[in-house]
Design a protein around this ligand. Structure first.
Ligand SMILES: NC(=O)c1ccc[n+]([C@@H]2O[C@H](COP(=O)([O-])OP(=O)(O)OC[C@H]3O[C@@H](n4cnc5c(N)ncnc54)[C@H](OP(=O)(O)O)[C@@H]3O)[C@@H](O)[C@H]2O)c1
Length: 304
């Protein structure tokens, strides 16, 4: 199966490229998602393009590149992901997240490719006070969320929309690197306890995406770590996993942040991966499991 990845130079793209290329198995229990059939040598003919290889804003370039490669599936990861900067750059976020996605879908239509578009929990307002399923009403609070939702609307009814949340991987520095450092050095941290969501290990998301690539199901799927926690709980867990104490992490509220972030985030947006569990028989591992594997990997690398 020929696969084209857009935005392959990013955090998720790096892990997904390695998994599809057979270079690393998806970490830990996420392998259950691949069933008895892990990625085989030569199963995927992978074309992983970073921004320099394919700028999705250029419609003509997208069409000619997609025609030249002729993919069966396009995993569309390229996005304007700077959530706060997007508040001051609506044209920039729109050009990439909405119009760029339209370019990718239009090119897919020309060659008959299936699109898997990765979206976000920020398409929700997060004001229901309970975890969110695929059929819940959207209501983005930020430019990033609104433009990612507009990108969803660009997809065809047959495409797959994968919403994920709070992704952390080993490619690049995330708050899990910060927490791992703090666990080793005893440094004090402050994290908000009034934003609740689901941390998703990027390797687990990659495993979920492999399942989607193989099945090509139509419609919206949540693919996120299981459970729900505040940033304060997630970071405290990571600090303890790295050998520190939960007391090192002081809970604060979003109102305490100085400076105030430009974008409003949903206060309660854990995603329930209900449809994934229905078709795969298993959800993604719990967020604590993902955090523990990330901290262990960072620690065993000798640095974070
Ligand atoms: N990380 C999260 O917590 C999270 C949560 C929910 C959903 N998602 C979604 O997951 C997907 C992957 O995110 P990620 O965490 O891997 O983010 P990321 O590390 O920021 O990767 C996004 C990639 O897209 C590239 N890109 C930006 N504009 C582009 C353009 N015009 N043409 C081609 N490539 C372009 C970026 O390149 P440059 O670095 O050169 O700009 C970057 O490599 C995104 O669609 C994001 O919305 C992420």
């Amino acid at each position: 199966m020929r696969i084209l990845i857009t935005g392959a130079g990013g955090q998720v793209g790096t892990d997904l490229s390695q998994v599809l290329g057979g270079m690393i198995p998806p970490a830990g229990r996420a392998t259950a998602l691949l069933g008895a059939d892990p990625v085989a040598d030569g199963e995927f003919d992978l074309h992983a393009l970073d921004r320099a290889g394919l700028d999705i804003v250029d419609a003509e370039l997208v069409r000619t590149t997609v025609e030249a490669i002729g993919p069966d599936v396009i995993v569309h990861l390229a996005a304007y992901t700077a959530v706060d900067r997007a508040e001051l750059d609506v044209p920039g976020a729109t050009a990439i997240n909405e119009i760029g996605t339209g370019n990718v879908v239009a090119a897919a239509e020309v060659v008959g490719a299936h699109v898997i578009y990765v979206s976000t929990d920020y398409v929700f307002a997060g004001n229901l006070g309970r975890p969110l399923v695929e059929t819940d009403a959207t209501g983005p609070l930020s430019v990033y969320g609104a433009t990612k939702l507009a990108g969803e609307a660009m997809c065809r009814g047959t495409d797959t929309i994968v919403r994920t949340s709070w992704v952390a991987g080993l490619a690049g520095r995330t708050v899990i690197n910060l927490a791992t450092d703090a666990g080793r050095t005893g440094r004090a941290l402050r994290f908000v306890d009034d934003q609740i969501g689901t941390l998703t290990a990027s390797a687990d998301l990659a495993a979920g995406l492999v399942a989607m690539i193989r099945r090509r199901p139509a419609g919206v799927f949540h693919v996120a770590g299981a459970g729900a926690a505040s940033w304060h709980e997630v970071i405290s867990h990571a600090v303890v996993e790295a050998g520190g104490s939960a007391d090192q992490v002081t809970p604060i509220t979003t109102a305490d942040l100085n400076p105030q972030p430009a974008a409003t985030r949903p206060s309660y947006s854990p995603l329930v991966s209900q449809r994934l569990a229905e078709i795969e028989g298993v959800p993604l591992p719990e967020w604590q499991d993902g955090v523990a594997r990330l901290v262990a990997a960072l620690t065993s690398e000798g640095g974070s």
